[in-house]
Design a binder for this molecule. Sequence first.
Ligand code: BTN
Length: 271
Amino acid sequence: MNNHDIINVEDITSALKTRIIGKKITHYHETDSTNTRARQFALDGCQEGTVITAESQSKGRGRENRDWHSPHGTGIYMSVILYPRISLKGLPRITLVAAVAVAEALKNSAHIRVEIKWPNDLLLNNKKICGILTELCSLGNEKNAVIVGIGINVNTPADMFPADIANIASSILIETKEKFSRLEIIKSVIEYFDRYYEVFLQSGFDSILGTWKDYSNIVGRKIQVKQSGTAVTGTVIDVDMDGALLLKNGDGVIRTIYSGDISYILPDIRY
Ligand code: BTN
């Protein structure tokens, strides 16, 4: 672990060998939300792959308008601006590509093996240590930007988590009892995201789906999905080319699930 765990843009860019992501990086001491800042950068016409990071966020947000608790200097709060030619329906694929990139980055820079929980969570010891918020930003003339916001609880101590999420959220520090260099992890996330994004653009999502499935372990599991107040239960029989779940219920009916919050149902019987 680097004792001077301060994010410095030159320290990130100096060693980066990426093609698209991280050519331009703006780092804030504090901001409202790096996704909100990234949206403004996109509207101002920034180049693809621009990265916004922050030491802390006062209005960090997650899916479903939840807050993303972002204390100073302990986590990674970053957003990446991309211009892929995809529609709203293709958006979940970008989240899955980002999830694979973060999982690979954590494996290689911190030597930890996370599990991807569809669609946007990364778990360590069954606790959430990372969330991804992918948002579409319309730029007019049918052009869109995709903002990929990544929050990783790296060195966040237990007493910094709000009580209402303390039993589901955690940090790498809490789970491993080790401090990690946020700088090394950020560099690695940028490098893996750049690599997988290029694979996605050139060879399509299906060439990343296998790696995603290895990290997610979801196929064959019984789950409950909550979508705006209603819940459906079934067994995941596959993840399709859009990154959607194919869920088979007790009557054998297969539904395609594009979004929602899932929970695993025990006993976890596989077929
Ligand atoms: C979730 O789990 O619901 C997604 C959480 C995403 C949090 C990150 S932190 C960086 C970026 N800026 C935000 O305001 N949110 C994302």
